[in-house]
Design a protein around this ligand. Structure first.
Ligand SMILES: N[C@@H](CCC(=O)N[C@@H](CS)C(=O)NCC(=O)O)C(=O)O
Length: 280
């Protein structure tokens, strides 16, 4: 199966679309959503990749963030993939916990059995999906940015830091700043990558920012009423690492906001404007 449309709806003069295709790197069928602004009718437009957090599919962002109005105004497409491989053949956390397995792919390539066959979200987001998008949609892939929420914020930051030539800018909402130093990340990395923590470093924003030679524009928003702030997200670690590496980042602590999509919806317009400034 190459690419099949599941649904389409007119939205702010553009189109909100949903597709299913077979992924070779994940070895399963995958769904993704794409918003095309009205400008895409005239020619290729820039694109923002959006990576969602734990428990999400491609649909949470599309239905809750309210991004389409801004993407329509700025003339950028938004691609929202799923957060893990899917299907009855794909192994899940034996305890069916929300923070590992299905809905929790952590945007890495797993090296450990039984995860390594399907859990290759890094290759899917960096290689397979952009190639498919470029070949099937009016997208200028030389003009790409990336953003995400929570686990997806970790995904956006690590993928951009590892591939600065592919992106004009990166932003994140409440990202997991150092998976190596929090329970969500330690559980996922231990299972997907094995016990040798030296192998975890290539998927940890703090470790990557220390070694970065390129400088991408980075915008991060974090609510101070987020119940995952202290135990899981730890933006102070990122602020310190960025300062030590002389890597300028804009980290904004937003008073009273929690971890939900109400927080994302409150600032998504500013994030799209930030990316548009770097893309247009
Ligand atoms: N289910 C978990 C929290 C999971 C969670 O907050 N997921 C965030 C991303 S880390 C999310 O976007 N959830 C889906 C949604 O709000 O639509 C819990 O109850 O502790």
């Amino acid at each position: 199966m190459k690419l099949q449309k599941i649904s389409s709806a007119k939205c702010f003069d553009g189109e909100q679309l949903r597709y299913v295709h077979y992924s070779d790197v994940l070895q399963c069928e995958m769904k993704f959503s794409i918003f095309l602004p009205p400008k895409a009718k005239e020619g290729a437009v820039p694109v923002i990749y959006w990576l969602s957090g734990l428990t999400c599919t491609d649909e949470n962002f599309v239905t809750k963030a309210g991004a389409q109005e801004y993407a329509s105004d700025f003339g950028v497409a938004i691609v929202a993939p799923d957060t893990s491989p899917r299907g009855i053949d794909v192994p899940d956390d034996p305890e069916e916990a929300y923070d590992f397995g299905l809905g929790a792919g952590f945007y890495l390539n797993a090296t450990q059995e039984p995860w390594s066959k399907h859990y290759n979200m890094y290759d899917y987001i960096v290689h397979e999906l952009p190639q498919l998008i470029a070949s099937e949609f009016p997208i200028n892939s030389d003009l790409s940015s990336i953003s995400g929420h929570s686990m997806g914020g970790h995904g956006a930051l690590t993928i951009a830091l590892k591939n600065p030539e592919l992106f004009r800018s990166v932003s994140a909402f409440a990202p997991i700043c150092s998976p190596m130093q929090c329970p969500w990340g330690q559980k996922a990395f231990g299972n997907y990558l094995g016990d040798d923590e030296s192998r975890w470093k290539k998927y940890d924003t703090i470790e990557l920012i220390r070694k970065s030679t390129e400088r991408l524009p980075i915008l991060i928003d974090q609510g101070d009423a987020d119940n995952f702030l202290e135990a899981q997200l730890k933006p102070k670690l990122l602020e310190q690492a960025a300062m030590a590496a002389d890597y300028p980042i804009s980290l904004r602590i937003q008073s009273g906001y929690d971890h939900s999509y109400f927080f994302v919806a409150s600032f998504i317009g500013e994030h799209i404007k930030f990316h548009a400034k770097n893309l247009l």
